[in-house]
Design a protein around this ligand. Structure first.
Ligand SMILES: [Ca+2]
Ligand SMILES: [Ca+2]
Length: 245
């Protein structure tokens, strides 16, 4: 049985828990590529392109739509952000389109590795394969991450090697919680390797790109949390005085 004083103790403890576990997530970049190319992106040879039959793939509220940023292999897309809030980790989220006859791991025309570098340090590098069923793709999507696999979603084809795949990298922990504290960051995206080929043969694209900064030990608690904690402790002290008297 929970007494009134017991309930107040629980409320006070909840206030303390909210204070100690407080973390802040701030979206520091977001683009669905429907309003032109964001100034923070240096696209190299990449360009805004209609998503064709990728449209509608993705979870509710985060689907391929309109246009996305499509790049040939062997090209680097760079996102540069400055003035970041205090943080100790960054997460990157986006929908990834593996377009046409990417060839996975191996020797040319294989050797197609999608990679992400943060401030010049490689953080992700896996191969993608659409062309032949015998080719090896090193990337294995977690549950819910694979939106389409070796389907014709437009671009090259139909038929032949020109199949496409789609992924939701938001559900993959490998794109989350990169240790980072500096006030600026450079994130580069590319498919590189000995297998790079022309845009008409293979390419990739990104839609709904977000970068989130996390602070798991904020220097100042939220005013509302602080007030809740004080209210809980004050009520507890009052209850103790009443029960003691
Ligand atoms: Ca879009
Ligand atoms: Ca290739």
């Amino acid at each position: 049985m929970t007494t009134p004083a017991g309930s107040l103790r629980i409320a006070a403890l909840l206030g303390l828990a909210a204070f100690s576990a407080q973390s802040q997530a701030v979206t520091v970049f977001s683009s669905d590529f429907e309003s032109g190319l964001p100034a923070a992106i240096s696209p190299g040879a990449a360009a805004l392109t209609g998503v064709q039959n990728f449209a509608g793939l993705g979870p509710s509220g985060n689907k391929f739509a309109g246009s996305f940023l499509r790049s040939p292999t062997g090209n680097v897309v760079t996102l540069s952000l400055t003035g970041l809030p205090t943080h100790n980790a960054l997460s990157v989220g986006f929908l990834f389109a593996a377009i046409d006859s990417l060839d996975g791991t191996g020797n040319f025309p294989s050797g197609d590795f999608f990679r992400i570098d943060i401030d010049g340090v490689n953080r992700f590098r896996e191969s993608f394969a659409n062309a032949l069923d015998s080719q090896f793709q090193s990337y294995v999507a977690p549950a819910g991450g694979e939106l389409a696999r070796k389907q014709d979603l437009g671009f090259g084809g139909p038929g032949g090697f020109y199949r496409d795949s789609a992924y939701d990298f938001n559900v993959d922990g490998r794109f989350q919680n990169f240790a980072h504290t500096a006030s600026s960051v450079t994130i580069s995206f590319s498919i590189e390797g000995e297998g790079i080929q022309d845009l008409s043969d293979e390419s990739w694209a990104v839609d709904n790109l977000t970068v989130t900064a996390f602070s798991t030990t904020p220097p100042v608690p939220e005013p509302s949390t602080y007030a809740l904690m004080l209210a809980g402790l004050g009520a507890l002290a009052l209850a103790r005085r009443r029960s003691a008297g």
